[in-house]
Design a protein around this ligand. Structure first.
Ligand code: PLP
Length: 347
């Protein structure tokens, strides 16, 4: 903790996070519901998120890197942590010592795991995303012999669209998994949960929707916003007609206008694409971003809110689906791009 007052902070709604997990668990029907908490829980803070979801009843956590597993291994049972990016020979001893479970994706990783007598593992099948997993051309019953597979998984490429690839991946998953012994099967991410029971199997793995992302339009009724950025006002001034604002003078005042400079910029994840498009709010009043978003600052039109003064906190509109559309960035980027310079507090 720094001794200094932060200038940009994220208010994180812990009740909304837990409620989103419960909604996704309900939508997952008879399947258990896990949580993707990779990339520091999409930027929110993995330890805080994992503690809250664990309280809500979540028992399966997915990270990408071993360092991410290590960072949460003291707050959940290590065996409940699955590591998506697999295992490398040089890490195998540390992996076994930690007790988190690798998701094996290649014949090489499977051989490494068998040679180390690693025990329980997960297995990823590639059913068409062509990213990670054993592909149809690599299927060989001998490959899986002797593996103690808990979760047999695959990952959907286009679940956020009504795309024939969904049905195609589902049928490949069913066919490829037919001969493989495993405790549980898992296919659906957030968007995949909305594709119906056929996609749920024994375990779903939402990420984005937990954190307030609308993985599909039809999720809007089930998912609440979790992340609320706030920024400190550093200065206000009165401009006259003809004055310009920000880098490259992209905004020109047509009239006398009160403006404020707030301490948030693209280094904090506030996308430069929101230049002239983003909105802040104060007491229900909308404050448009004028001119370019800079690295550490934005300028706001506060004509409608003359009460705003230096030193006040104001709210950043950050409804993910909407901001994604305005900025041209995906909802995933809007979350994972949230800077480390912001302080985070949970309500
Ligand atoms: C990131 C990830 C998820 C979660 O996906 P969302 O779209 O964020 O719900 C699930 N499974 C795997 C394999 C992932 O990499």
């Amino acid at each position: 903790m720094s001794a200094f007052t932060p200038q940009v902070r994220l208010r994180l709604d812990g009740q909304a996070l837990a409620a989103n997990w419960c909604s996704l668990a309900r939508l997952s029907g008879n399947a258990a519901t896990g949580a993707a908490v990779k990339a520091n829980a999409y930027g929110l803070g993995a330890r805080e998120v994992v503690a809250r979801l664990s309280n809500a009843g979540c028992r399966d956590f997915f990270v990408a890197h071993w360092g991410e597993a290590e960072a949460i291994a003291d707050i959940v049972t290590p065996g409940q942590i699955a590591v998506l990016n697999g295992v490398r020979h040089e890490d195998v001893r540390a992996v076994i010592a930690l007790g988190a479970v690798p998701v094996l994706s290649t014949p090489h990783q499977i051989a490494t795991w068998k040679a180390a007598s690693g025990g329980r593992c997960h297995l990823m099948l590639d059913t068409g995303i062509n990213r990670l997993g054993i592909g149809p051309e690599q299927m060989d019953p001998e490959l899986f012999q002797g593996l103690e597979i808990d979760i047999l998984a695959s990952h959907l490429a286009s679940a956020d669209e009504n795309n024939p690839q969904n049905a195609s991946q589902l049928s490949h998953f069913i066919a490829m998994s037919a001969g493989i012994k495993a405790n549980r099967k898992s296919l659906a991410n957030s968007a995949g949960i909305m594709l119906g029971n056929g996609f749920h199997f024994e375990l779903t793995r939402p990420g984005l929707a937990l954190y307030g992302g609308m993985a599909r339009d039809d999720m809007a009724d089930h998912i609440a916003q979790v992340v609320y950025p706030e920024a400190l006002i550093l200065q206000t001034r009165l401009l006259k007609a003809g004055d310009t604002v920000g880098y490259n003078a992209t905004f020109t005042c047509h009239d006398t206008m009160r403006v404020a400079t707030a301490a948030i910029g693209y280094a904090d994840g506030y996308a430069r694409g929101l230049s002239g498009l983003g909105r802040f709010t104060h007491d229900g009043k909308l404050l448009p971003v004028i001119g370019r978003v800079s690295m550490d600052l934005v300028t706001l039109d506060i004509s409608t809110a003359p009460e705003i003064v230096e030193g006040q906190w104001i709210d950043v509109q950050y409804e993910l689906a909407n901001i994604s559309e305005l900025s041209g960035r995906s909802q995933y980027e809007l979350l994972t791009g949230l800077g480390t310079r912001s302080s985070r507090y949970w309500t």
